[in-house]
Design a protein around this ligand. Structure first.
Ligand code: S3P
Length: 172
């Protein structure tokens, strides 16, 4: 990771953005921030509560405002962002302005296995979570790829390999 440059982790829910962010932060000795957690802290309520009380569009607005605030700052940080952040075209521009974008690509089956007992993702609380994962992933595929500088297929790489690849690629 180059000095003065931020690194942004994007990818579907359950792709490992938060875990990879924390591990990279230790390895590279740079601070990590998670935009979902920043939003929860500011709002004083969980993502589930924000969706239930004010709806997805309100959450998307908060997400975009936070991103434009962060894109105005400089520094060496790692950011993990919510799985839906790159869907808005304005956010894709903001993400690229914020720093090097690393896309953690993952299969729907892996996401399903990781999140089948999770209740913190409002978009997956439905009758057919695997179907919803497949559908959302397909809808978002182009958006993720369009703003990625580096793509990592996480199903085929262990954690150490993921960290190594990000470290090497972001030195270039
Ligand atoms: C969302 C992903 C979540 C969170 C919200 C919406 C999405 O973040 O922002 O539940 O639209 O994919 P994670 O990707 O960290 O789970």
């Amino acid at each position: 990771m180059r000095k003065g440059q931020n690194l942004i982790l994007i990818g579907f829910m359950g792709s490992g953005k938060t875990t990879v962010g924390v591990k990279l932060s230790y390895r590279l000795q740079v601070p990590v921030e998670d935009t979902d957690k920043l939003i929860e802290r500011r709002e004083g309520r969980s993502i589930n509560e924000i969706f239930a009380d004010d709806g997805e569009e309100y959450f998307r607005q908060l997400e975009m405002e936070l991103l434009s605030e962060l894109a105005g700052k400089n520094g060496s940080r790692i950011y993990s962002v919510g799985g839906g952040t790159p869907v808005r075209v304005e956010n894709r521009t903001l993400l690229k302005r914020l720093g090097r974008v690393v896309y953690l690509r993952v299969s729907p089956e892996t996401v399903y296995e990781r999140l089948k007992n999770d209740s913190t993702r409002p978009l997956l609380q439905c009758q057919d979570p695997l179907g919803r994962i497949r559908q959302l992933m397909e809808e978002r595929r182009e958006a993720y790829e369009a703003c990625a500088d580096i793509i990592i297929d996480t199903d085929e790489t262990d954690m150490d390999g993921i960290l190594k690849k990000i470290t090497e690629e972001t030195e270039k």
